[in-house]
Design a protein around this ligand. Structure first.
Ligand code: AQP
Length: 390
């Protein structure tokens, strides 16, 4: 059975923070302007920037809505941590995406910091990666408008997330007016987030794969209309945990916005709550694990265990074949708590220092700004929009 590779204990985390505080990056330098430095290169040309590296870029985002759950962790955050040292990584708290559905302003504001804290608690190292809030970098919205103008509206109506979310809004209200245009445009903003940084790799959960497909379509359409401009991003799904299902409804993906009390294990749930939710998870009419006939609830519990533990399929079969469901649930709950308890301790530590958190976000935004500015300028030039002479 493989050991878990991404666990930091509190001491390591404190050392990481100290290193960061004493080795802060200098002010970002002026980017070198070229036709398009990214298209045929595996590296970024911004040599004067402290963010300069020979690595490809990675981008991913998380919405500051609801309570982050183990699906978000296993499908996205865990992969962020695993990949961060292999790429020039940008992790974004996508607050502009959050407002596609009404958010209480005070709650949204607090959530931005909470997600930053969860990123750090998960093991994202701000010395290796840039952590930013989307609305800090105005170029996200600027590029989104330009991409909106090249995106056929039919592409957006086909998105399953738009259909599901607009359907849910319609069911809960008597008028269609509450479905904001932002909900339809959401995938264009997501395309802008990724293309703004010419990201090559985008680690996400399986539910975002369709939006990534659309991002490539938009990039291809722009490149065909205006000449090669954007790098084609690749979707990076985790091998296990790409779609964790709801504990109460194992045929639906675990979701922050689902209402059932036993639907999701939140990353900040107390151990007793985690135990209770997992012990009540829906299984099937079999008494014990049978890998050939198991239903989606049991498969989901096994996926949660395997994604946390990182063991292979043979080890899973050896451990769980014939295990009674009560014992299966207990084993999955203990494995989940084993990973979440140290995570929560790190979270509490980092949240106790809001100035540190704000510093990380300010530094992240300053680091990525030159690359964002370069892309916007290039896109403006390609489209014939006004740009000041170089
Ligand atoms: N159930 C899931 N299993 C695996 N990965 C998941 N992700 C979301 N749900 C699962 C991945 O988590 C990252 C951040 O998600 P998001 O904040 O952008 O929102 P989402 O995809 O819309 O997730 P939720 O939890 O379902 O929120 P609501 O209920 O607000 O829609 C993404 O990489 C996502 O793929």
């Amino acid at each position: 059975m493989m050991a878990c590779v991404h666990r930091l204990n509190l001491d390591e985390f404190s050392r990481q923070r100290e290193r960061h505080q004493h080795n802060a990056f200098g002010a970002p330098g002026q980017a070198i302007s070229t036709e398009n430095p990214f298209l045929n290169a595996e590296f970024v040309y911004d040599r004067s920037s402290p963010f300069f590296s020979m690595k490809s870029r990675l981008f991913s985002g998380v919405q500051p809505t609801g309570n982050l759950h183990i699906g978000n962790y296993l499908g996205a955050l865990k992969n962020f941590v695993r990949l961060q040292s292999s790429y020039e990584s940008i992790f974004c708290i996508v607050d502009l995406h959050a407002i596609t559905i009404y958010q209480d302003p005070a709650q949204l504001s607090a959530k931005n910091r909470e997600i930053a804290g969860l990123f750090l608690a998960a093991g994202i190292d701000p010395k290796l990666s840039s952590i930013i809030v989307q609305s800090q970098v105005a170029a996200h919205a600027e590029l989104a408008w330009m991409l909106t103008c090249v995106t056929p509206i039919g592409w957006l109506y086909r998105m399953t997330q738009f259909k599901a979310k607009s359907e849910a809004i319609r069911e809960n209200s008597d008028s269609q007016d509450s479905i904001g245009d932002g909900l339809l445009q959401y995938p264009v903003l997501m395309a802008a987030d990724i293309l703004l940084y010419q990201a090559k790799v985008v680690p996400v959960g399986d539910d975002q794969a369709q939006h990534l497909e659309l991002t490539r379509d938009i990039a291809q359409r722009f490149n065909a209309l205006y000449g090669d401009t954007f790098v084609m991003p690749e979707t990076k799904l985790p091998s296990v945990g790409a779609r964790i299902m709801g504990l109460d409804e194992p045929d639906k993906k675990m979701s922050k916005s689902a209402s059932g009390a036993g639907h999701a294990v939140a990353l900040l749930d107390e151990p007793a709550v985690i135990r209770k939710k997992l012990m009540r998870a829906t299984t099937d009419s079999n008494p014990a694990v049978d890998f050939d006939t198991m239903g989606s609830g049991v498969a989901n519990l096994l996926a949660i265990y395997q994604a946390f533990d990182e063991c292979d399929d043979a080890a899973m079969r050896a451990k769980f074949s014939g295990m009674r469901y009560g014992d299966l649930k207990k084993t999955v709950a203990e494995k989940t708590i084993e990973h979440i308890e140290p995570f929560q301790a790190r979270y509490r530590e980092v949240m106790a220092d809001p100035a540190y958190l704000d510093g990380i976000l300010a530094e992240g935004a300053a680091r990525v700004e030159p690359a964002a500015r370069d892309t916007v300028r290039l896109v403006k030039e390609r489209m014939g929009l006004y740009t000041e002479a170089r």
